[in-house]
Design a protein around this ligand. Structure first.
Ligand code: HEC
Length: 158
């Protein structure tokens, strides 16, 4: 077949392989230490521990004092974990970290400290088992997530 001798065929196949890979997701993180994969996994745990508390406070789930205590304790334990996984310039795909992470290290550290403190306060408030004590602590926690994202996290990359 003439088509087999076409110089375009290898390029076409390479392109198709690329598209197939993209469709399957970002693929394996081959960077030393896999910092983007590691911090992403911890941030996902942030969501898994904080979201159910928010749902209980909003009333879309019954308030379970013991569950809130456990979730808040886990979030507090996780709160110090992602920051070691931001080595200089680790912005490779699919990272959403902005250059500000490395350009404004003191501000990035301050945003971490605010959040770590908020997670600690939330864990303390959760001990009370009282939603009225948990609510303001949770509000400050969420504000600390948002404040950091505003400066240090960019839009999703496709
Ligand atoms: C001190 C800064 C900071 C704080 C505080 C913070 N984040 Fe983030 N978060 C980031 C940065 C930077 C990224 C982007 C990381 C990347 O893509 O390389 C991110 C990414 C994420 C992601 C995306 C992970 C993925 O799937 O790619 C989620 C979800 C997330 N954060 C949730 C939270 C929640 C929930 C909180 C609070 C409970 C929180 N973050 C607190 C800085 C922060």
């Amino acid at each position: 077949m003439r088509f087999h001798r076409s110089p375009l065929l290898p390029a076409t196949l390479a392109l198709l392989a690329c598209l197939a890979l993209t469709a399957c997701g970002p693929g394996k993180d081959t960077h030393p230490g896999q910092p983007v994969t590691k911090r992403e996994a911890i941030f996902k745990q942030f969501l898994r521990t904080s979201e159910p508390i928010g749902m209980m406070l909003r009333g879309s789930k019954p308030f379970e004092a013991q569950q809130v205590q456990q979730l808040a304790a886990r979030l507090k334990a996780l709160s110090t974990k992602p920051w070691q996984h931001f080595p200089q310039g680790s912005t490779y795909y699919p990272s959403r970290a902005k250059p500000a992470v490395w350009e404004k290290p003191a501000q990035f550290k301050a945003a971490q400290d605010r959040f770590i403190h908020a997670a600690d306060q939330l864990a303390r408030a959760a001990q009370s088992g009282n939603p009225d004590a948990v609510r303001p602590a949770f509000r400050e926690l969420s504000a600390s997530c948002d404040a950091c994202h505003q400066t240090f996290r960019g839009p999703p990359r496709f």
